[in-house]
Design a protein around this ligand. Structure first.
Ligand code: FAD
Length: 509
């Protein structure tokens, strides 16, 4: 009379109701499958990190007395897909029922529903108990509005969960948002905290992944692997963030620096997305740091906004737009990714650094993703679908529900402005102000035209010239179009020519 419960690789939540007590008739199933390693080309560290965490979770369950069936990637019994494996496991265990937790990705959600209808036993979906908002909460809140303001959703979430509020339900500090205090460049002080992540030798696991024929890219860094695999490691990372980085998180949230790849960011997205941590406990830990005077309200609010605001909001966008969101292409951009997205070899120092860091570590912080790599992709008119697949593969925390709206909506404006109120693009001036990327670059950030001019400059103005019809009425772009109107026809022609030249030689930039 065995009951099967499927645990997906991003559902490693030891506090889930399933695990409250040991039930001898329940077998927990975890499986490493080619279906998941192959739906996009992943960074090597991403595959290692998921499998290491899944294995650690299976060990944790078994040690706690639960029955576990774990299929490794190279196990000859493994049929390498959820459906094919579940079909034989049902027979093998003479199972009477199957349960699964709500998947976060549309493709798995659909697959499980279809599968449930075809199995010879009853199958039932249960909540993953991870998120602070329902899948449809954003759609309910915004109804048919054409623009979904994150700020509206965020305030709703703060009220609903009683975060950073006074006794009368007003925001602490009498402001909901300290965004204006979150925009300082970093000039070397305070020092970036040392990397708090564990160090593990994952060479055996990496060898197993390779022997199974899984294709990956990026540096595996298996001999000195830095991503947490257990809840204890994730909690230690949270604690290190709260004490060492959170006090400086706010002001330097948008800064970039070649000597400080992490700055004051938390590196918590991976353990959070695989559910080793719960968003509520992270937000509560940050709030507590403020109440105890260990971090300013500007830092704590800025951080809480990311966790209970942006993260839950993009999930709402994802579920309201799937299926079909992967196809959006508002500007009809079609250019393929230049090959240096896979090597980091470009003369543009900002991109060489942000891409190089991503390939080396499977991590880049938000502003590197948005204002360096995404900025270039949008200005250069790269195909949004290809950009999305690159982001989905390269980052350690990339699961589709959070990556897709960030890439297609926030970064590429490919949904026409549902999520972002204006395209996040900039010329070199912003990059120069927010970091040290331009120091020693082969291109000159201050010039627009000529061989040494930074490509971001002509591409920036060319972007607005090309898309004037679509964007001209956007109130948030008033200054941009005012400046464009001040350019002579000759200046515009020169910018267009310069930008066209850069795009023709994109491989050599
Ligand atoms: P911190 O700066 O310390 O922020 C704290 C936490 O807030 C993060 O761990 C994350 O859980 C959450 N958060 C912050 N910003 C966002 C956001 N815009 N959307 C959702 N959650 C947010 N995040 C992912 O988790 N997975 C992705 O695949 C992903 N892809 C992205 C692609 C693009 C083009 C952009 C612009 C952003 C993407 N983000 C993604 C959001 C954000 O960049 C990362 O969450 C963050 O950089 C992770 O690093 P951190 O944990 O050090 O974050």
């Amino acid at each position: 009379m065995t009951r099967l419960r499927l645990v997906l690789g991003d559902q490693l939540d030891s506090n889930h109701g399933w695990f409250e007590r040991v039930e001898p008739d329940v077998v927990y199933l975890l499986m490493e499958v080619r279906q998941e390693t192959d739906y996009v080309l992943h960074h090597a560290q991403k595959v290692i990190a998921f499998f290491a965490a899944m294995r650690a979770f299976a060990t944790f369950l078994a040690d706690a007395g639960h029955r576990v069936e774990y299929l490794r990637i190279a196990d000859p019994r493994n049929r390498q897909g959820f459906a094919a494996n579940l079909e034989w496991l049902v027979v093998e265990h003479r199972a009477v029922s199957l349960e699964w937790q709500s998947p976060d990705e549309w493709r798995l959600d659909r697959q499980m529903r279809v599968l449930a209808g075809s199995l010879p036993i009853p199958a039932r979906e249960v909540a993953s108990q991870h998120f602070l908002a329902e899948r449809n909460e954003a759609v309910t809140l915004f109804g048919g509005k054409p623009r979904w303001l994150m700020e509206t959703f965020y305030r709703h979430m703060r009220k609903r969960h009683g975060l950073l509020l006074d006794a009368a339900g007003r925001p602490l500090g009498e402001r909901w948002n300290f965004d204006r205090e979150n925009r300082s460049p970093w000039r070397g002080a305070p020092p970036e905290p040392s990397d708090p992540r564990p160090r593990r030798d994952r060479r055996d696991l990496w060898a197993e992944i390779q022997s199974a024929g899984v294709k990956t890219f990026g540096n595996p860094q298996a001999e000195d692997f830095r991503w947490p695999a257990t809840r204890a490691e994730a909690l230690a990372l949270l604690e290190a963030f709260i004490t060492q980085a959170l006090p400086h998180f706010g002001p330097f949230q948008d800064a970039m620096h070649t000597q400080a790849p992490r700055l004051f960011h938390s590196l918590l997205s991976f353990p959070l997305n695989i559910k080793l941590l719960h968003p509520k406990e992270i937000a509560a830990a940050a709030e507590q740091a403020f109440l105890e005077g260990r971090a300013t309200l500007a830092s704590v609010e800025g951080f809480v906004r990311q966790i209970v605001g942006w993260r839950e909001y993009v999930r709402g966008v994802y579920w309201s737009r799937m299926p079909g969101y992967e196809e959006v292409n508002y500007f009809d951009h079609q250019r393929p990714l230049p090959s240096w997205f896979w090597t980091g070899k470009t003369k543009m120092r900002c991109l060489a650094h942000a891409l190089g860091q991503s390939l080396e570590t499977a991590y880049a912080h938000h502003i590197q993703r948005l204002m360096v790599i995404g900025n270039f992709a949008l200005l250069a008119g790269l195909a949004p679908r290809a950009v999305h697949e690159w982001y989905l593969g390269v980052y350690i925390d990339a699961v589709e529900w959070v990556e897709m709206p960030n890439t297609l909506g926030m970064s590429q404006f490919a949904d026409g402005g549902l999520l972002a109120t204006k395209p996040y693009v900039s010329s070199a001036a912003y990059l120069k102000h927010m970091g040290d990327y331009c120091v020693g670059c082969a291109y000159d950030a201050k010039t627009r035209l000529g061989k040494r001019a930074c490509p971001f400059n002509a591409l920036y103005w060319n972007f607005f010239i090309r898309h004037q019809t679509r964007l001209g009425g956007n109130p948030r772009l008033g200054t941009v179009f005012l400046n464009l109107a001040r350019m002579t026809a000759e200046e515009k022609r020169a910018v267009t020519e310069q930008a066209t030249g850069w795009l023709e030689r994109i491989e050599d930039l």
